[in-house]
Write a protein that binds this ligand. Structure first.
Ligand code: AKB
Length: 315
């Protein structure tokens, strides 16, 4: 029987992935963990353990005492916060990954999941339909840590057989929890302002195209790659993953179709430079070919789904 530990479960992705993993493995087979004890309130359906991923002894003890077989390591400092606290971001993002890879090697864990990001790409990367294999040269600390992390994942797979799997997520958009500290966060915040009847101040320029994905697609992709046979997962750094690309103006217009009185102001800040260094769109044909990835949501379907569900959601 699998026993699954989610690290950083209280975050945007973890909050939704945890319940999907409970559906798959059963509530008793999943432990949600987070640095913040307050995250516990999100997990009344499964076990919760307060855990600092940088506390190696506690991490090892938990994995041993609970006979953990799979880890989803989601704790990270994202791009915008990373630029404010570069050394902290590097330390957290790298040390936590390395200690989990070491534990996976020593304890023969079945599988490890670790998210990468479109942030691995940089200003010298081809911007449109960015290929899986190309020049990267990220210029944010977050991107540098994700690129280095990808190399370590591949290294641990090749040298020690650690079955680590990874996706380069685009900006993730969900309505069930708020994101924290990313450059693509505007695409979540905008829905809250639209529902509240407020003008939205966008920190990116109206034409900043970025790859994006609705959360149900991100959850599906994560489960799909983790459930794929070992030999189908041919890329052991991280897979490009794509669903849609849009600009703030296009998202605003999609929302305005449903809420005609909605208004927006564009006030680009330091995050504009980060967005400018990332691709407009990515080519995810390897994921589609190797383990059958297919997305479901485009901008229209996502916008309607969020606007129907968001007002009923209790945070
Ligand atoms: C961020 O904006 O930092 C993240 C990401 C694209 O990885 N959402």
């Amino acid at each position: 029987m699998e026993k699954v530990l989610i690290i950083g479960a209280g975050g945007q992705l973890g909050s939704e992935l945890t319940s999907a993993l409970c559906d798959q493995h059963g509530n008793d087979a999943v432990i949600a963990s987070d640095l913040h004890e307050t995250a516990k309130s999100k997990f009344d359906y499964c076990r919760f353990q307060q855990l600092d991923v940088m506390d190696n002894d506690s991490l090892k003890k938990l994995i041993k005492s609970e006979s953990i077989t799979q880890i989803y390591h989601l704790a990270a400092v994202l791009s915008a916060v990373g630029e404010k606290k570069p050394l902290f971001a590097w330390q957290l993002n790298m040390e936590s990954l390395l200690s989990i890879l070491e534990i996976a090697k020593e304890s023969n864990l079945d599988k490890v999941y670790w998210p990468s990001s479109i942030a691995v790409f940089g200003p010298n990367t081809p911007k449109t339909n960015t290929p899986q294999f190309c020049v990267k040269e990220p210029n944010t600390v977050y991107g540098i840590s994700k690129q280095a992390g990808e190399r370590w994942c591949q290294y641990y797979f090749e040298k020690y057989g650690v079955d680590v799997r990874s996706l380069r997520y685009p900006g993730l958009i969900g309505y069930k929890s708020l994101p924290g500290g990313g450059t693509t966060d505007y695409a979540v915040d905008i829905f809250h302002k639209a529902i509240e009847g407020e003008t939205f101040e966008c920190f990116l320029d109206k034409d900043s195209y970025l790859p994006m994905m609705y959360m149900p697609d991100a959850i599906k992709a994560t489960l799909d790659i983790m459930n794929a046979p070992r030999e189908s997962v041919k890329i052991r750094s991280s897979y490009n993953l794509s669903a849609m690309s849009f600009s703030p103006k296009e998202l605003f217009e999609a929302i305005q179709t449903e809420i005609p009185e909605f208004s927006i102001l564009y006030k680009p800040d330091f995050r504009q430079e980060i967005a400018d260094s990332w691709p407009d769109s990515v080519d995810d044909s390897h994921a589609r070919l190797d383990w059958g990835w297919n997305h479901q949501f485009g901008i229209k379907e996502m916008t309607r789904d969020i606007l129907v569900n968001l007002p009923n959601f209790q945070f």
